[in-house]
Write a protein that binds this ligand. Structure first.
Ligand code: SF4
Ligand code: SF4
Ligand code: SF4
Length: 257
C-alpha cells in the first residue's frame, strides 16, 4: 500500500513538475483519423471525448496524467484496439466539434509531404456500395514490417487458433459475420495454411499485399509488403498473431517512395 502511494505520488509529482511531459513527448502517439499535425492537434482539441463516444470498437482513448502536455488528448493504441473503420464513415471526424479531426485540412495549414494520400481510400467493406471510398485525405501513420525474421509468412508458416489468445478484448467487424456489429477477435479463430492475416484483415484496398521476395541467401519467400494507400489504421498491428507483433504503425510517419 505504502509502495503504491509512494509510486503514485512519484508519478504525479514528476508529471506536475514537467519531467514526464518531456519523457512522453518523445513517444509518438497514434492519433485518430483526420487529426491535424501534432502541434495544431494538441492546441485545438478540447478533450471533450466526442470522438471516443462514437467509435464502435472503442479504438480511441484519452491520454492520462503520464502523457504530460498531451493529457486528455485522444490517441489509439493499435495493438490493443485498432481503428477498423467499422463506423463506415470516419465518425470520429464527424463528431469532432473543433476541427481537430478533419476530412481535409484548411489550405492555410498545409500538408506534410507524404502525409497526403494519393487518392481517397477504398474501404473493402464498402466496395459494393455506390460510394466505396472513405472521406479521408491524409494518413495517420504507415505500417512497417519491423520483425521480418519472426513473420510467419516469411517462414512459410500458417496459423491456427485465436490470434491474440482467448482473453484478448480487441474487436473488429467481420463482413461475413455482421457488417454492423463488431465482434471480439477472440471469437473469430483462424486456420490459414500460410499466414496472411495482416493482408486479409486490412480494411483498405491495395494497402498491403503478400509478395514474393528474395531472402539474403537468395531463396524465395512470401512477405507482406505495404503500399501507398496505407492509412495507418493499425489493424495489421492488432491482428498479427506473433508476440511481439511483426508489423507496427509508425505514428504520423509519411509515405516515402
Ligand atoms: S474511423 Fe476508426 S477510430 Fe474513428 S470512429 Fe470509426 S472506427 Fe473509430
Ligand atoms: S496496411 Fe495496416 S495500417 Fe495500413 S491500411 Fe492496412 S491494416 Fe491499416
Ligand atoms: S500477420 Fe504477422 S506473421 Fe502473419 S504475415 Fe502478417 S506480419 Fe507476418
Amino acid at each position: 500500500m505504502l509502495r503504491t502511494i509512494l509510486l503514485t505520488g512519484g508519478v504525479m509529482g514528476a508529471a506536475l513538475s514537467g519531467y514526464l511531459p518531456l519523457v512522453y513527448a518523445q513517444k509518438k502517439r497514434l492519433r485518430p483519423p483526420g487529426a491535424l499535425d501534432e502541434k495544431d492537434f494538441l492546441s485545438s482539441c478540447i478533450k471533450c471525448g466526442q470522438c471516443v463516444q462514437v467509435c464502435p470498437v472503442q479504438a480511441i482513448k484519452l491520454a492520462d496524467l503520464v502523457d504530460g502536455f498531451g493529457v486528455g488528448a485522444p490517441y489509439i493504441d493499435a495493438r490493443e484496439q485498432a481503428c477498423d473503420f467499422s463506423c463506415d464513415a470516419v465518425q470520429c471526424i464527424l463528431a469532432c466539434p473543433t476541427g481537430s479531426l478533419v476530412y481535409k485540412k484548411p489550405a492555410f495549414l498545409g500538408v506534410r509531404k507524404g502525409a497526403k494520400l494519393a487518392a481517397a481510400p477504398i474501404l473493402k467493406a464498402k466496395e459494393k456500395d455506390a460510394e466505396p471510398t472513405l472521406n479521408l485525405s491524409e494518413r495517420i501513420g504507415v505500417a512497417r514490417l519491423t520483425r521480418p525474421e519472426a513473420c510467419l509468412a516469411i517462414q512459410g508458416k500458417g496459423f491456427k487458433g485465436q490470434v491474440r489468445g482467448a482473453s484478448f478484448k480487441g474487436r473488429m467487424r467481420y463482413m461475413e459475420v455482421n457488417r454492423w456489429k463488431p465482434i471480439r477477435v477472440a471469437d473469430h479463430p483462424y486456420d490459414v495454411a500460410e499466414c496472411d492475416l495482416c493482408v486479409r484483415e486490412c480494411p483498405v484496398k491495395g494497402a498491403i499485399s503478400i509478395e514474393t521476395v528474395f531472402a539474403p541467401d537468395g531463396t524465395k519467400r512470401k512477405s507482406p509488403v505495404v503500399h501507398e494507400p496505407c492509412v495507418g489504421c493499425g489493424v495489421c498491428e492488432m491482428i498479427c498473431p506473433v508476440e511481439p507483433t511483426c508489423i507496427v504503425i509508425d505514428a504520423r510517419e509519411v509515405w516515402n517512395t
